[in-house]
Design a protein around this ligand. Structure first.
Ligand SMILES: *Cc1c(COP(=O)(O)O)cnc(C)c1O
Length: 431
């Protein structure tokens, strides 16, 4: 597990930083002082470019009022499509197959309402018990909206004993009564990455539509939606894309579905050149833009303009390369420094790079929540996912190798000194 030849030594970590071609990207972010921020997988830090683009749009609103829709630079009217074009190379899509709109859970509702067509024997949806719960809430309510019972029509696949989802099990569940599979690219807790091309091919061979929730992968690794033949996808912008809290999200619609009627129609999905004819018959744009519902939240979208420029400048392949090196380094350090008694931490993320997203889950059966709180006392921002997981996400854009090593040392010292035993706090609302 040490293909990189890592050494556990401070000067070695410093040399990794010195030789890192992305090290200067940190200057493009506001990094909160005196902290090591390892939650870019949950809320990315503020890019300076985002601050600039939001300030510019605030000025346009101030100076132009409603004229900003056409006279903003770029015009607000096409901002959602423009951001879609910018983001399309990150997911291997055509420029018109991606648009910035809505929020992830609402987008799941919109796209499942479009693509879930229970017919005859084909009435079931495949999802998994390890998925982020909001996806499951949305699927259950979508099934209920068709007058069906989710207990019968939702196939909720369990994870394996190792805590991961086996692609083979998903494929086995793709039976003749399945209409749709909605799967995550990377699992939010374990960080496992599914073999998406293989799953898409298996679904299509069996006449099943496949949608992806890529909230935990877009911005940290390349995707090939068109090549894989994904039918639709959703992802949020506030994690690895650094778009800001509650930023407008993205959807992907494969161009083969452009003629399909959007399940949830709204006037911002109307063919743009005729939107203001204000006809009562809905005629959607033949692009992902056709699945917009409401006016673009221009202030939120403005932040994304700056945020995306950073990732697109650097190239997603380079970001993935560094991300894998950083997570490998972290896994190496956990093995070296933290796996023995009395530390007892265990890596709960796949070790094969091709099966891993951008974060590392470390598992400790006892006191994981308190240890995460003790990390915070030492200025390390990580999170806890029940029952026993601490998630650490080194960002290729703003985390240094020195910081990754420091976190491993912090964890050791917390246990050596019993600092977690002194933590009194009960569980907070957000962990
Ligand atoms: C973060 C995340 C979401 C977020 O949903 P919102 O509707 O934006 O709050 C949805 N799904 C997954 C898998 C996520 O990781």
């Amino acid at each position: 597990m040490n293909d990189y030849g890592f050494i556990e030594d401070e000067s070695y970590a410093a040399s990794l930083d010195e030789n890192d071609p992305l090290a200067n990207m940190r200057d493009r972010f506001h990094v909160p002082g005196d902290t090591i921020y390892l939650l870019g997988n949950s809320l990315g830090l503020m890019p300076r470019d985002a601050e600039i683009s939001v300030t510019r749009v605030m000025g346009e609103w101030r100076d132009l009022g409603i004229r900003g829709w056409l006279e903003g630079n770029p015009p607000w009217f096409w901002l959602a499509e423009r951001l879609g074009e910018t983001a399309a190379p990150l997911v291997g899509a055509r420029p018109d197959e991606v648009v910035c709109t809505g929020t992830t859970t609402a987008n799941i509702h919109s796209l499942v309402s479009t693509f879930y067509r229970p017919e005859g024997k084909r009435t079931k949806i495949i999802a998994g018990e390890l998925d982020f719960p909001t996806d499951i809430y949305a699927l259950k309510s979508q099934i209920a909206l068709r007058g069906l019972d989710w207990r019968e029509h939702l196939v909720l696949l369990p994870g394996g004993a190792d805590g991961y989802m086996d692609e083979e099990n998903i494929i086995r569940a793709m039976k003749e009564d399945v209409a749709l599979a909605l799967l995550p690219s990377v699992f939010y807790r374990s960080g496992q990455l599914l073999d998406l091309g293989r799953l898409a091919a298996a679904a299509h061979e069996r006449g099943i539509r496949i949608g992806l929730d890529c909230s935990h992968s877009v911005g940290i690794m390349p995707h090939e939606f068109d090549e894989w033949g994904i039918d639709f996808a959703v992802w949020c912008s506030y994690k690895y894309l650094n778009g800001g809290p509650g930023a407008p999200a993205f959807i992907y619609i494969n161009s083969s579905h452009f003629e399909r009627e959007p399940g949830l129609a709204g006037w911002f999905g109307y063919a743009k050149e005729r939107q203001f004819d204000l006809k009562l018959d809905f005629d959607h744009a033949r692009s992902a833009g056709g699945w917009q519902i409401s006016s673009t939240g221009i202030l939120g979208a403005a932040a994304l303009e700056g945020a995306l420029s950073i990732i697109c400048d650097k190239g997603i392949e380079h970001i993935r390369e560094k991300s894998l090196k950083m997570t490998s380094y972290l896994i190496y350090l956990v093995d070296e420094l933290l796996s023995q008694e009395p530390y007892c931490f265990e890596v709960a993320t796949p070790r094969e790079p091709a099966r891993r997203g951008g974060h590392v889950a470390i598992k400790r059966e006892k006191k994981a929540l308190k240890i995460k709180e003790a990390l915070l006392m030492r200025g390390v921002i990580a999170d806890f996912r029940p029952p026993d997981i601490i998630r650490l996400a080194p960002s290729p854009l703003f985390t240094s190798y020195g910081e990754i090593r420091a976190v491993a040392r912090h964890l050791r010292e917390i246990i050596d000194r019993g600092e977690h035993r002194q933590i009194q706090t009960s569980r907070k609302l957000i962990t």
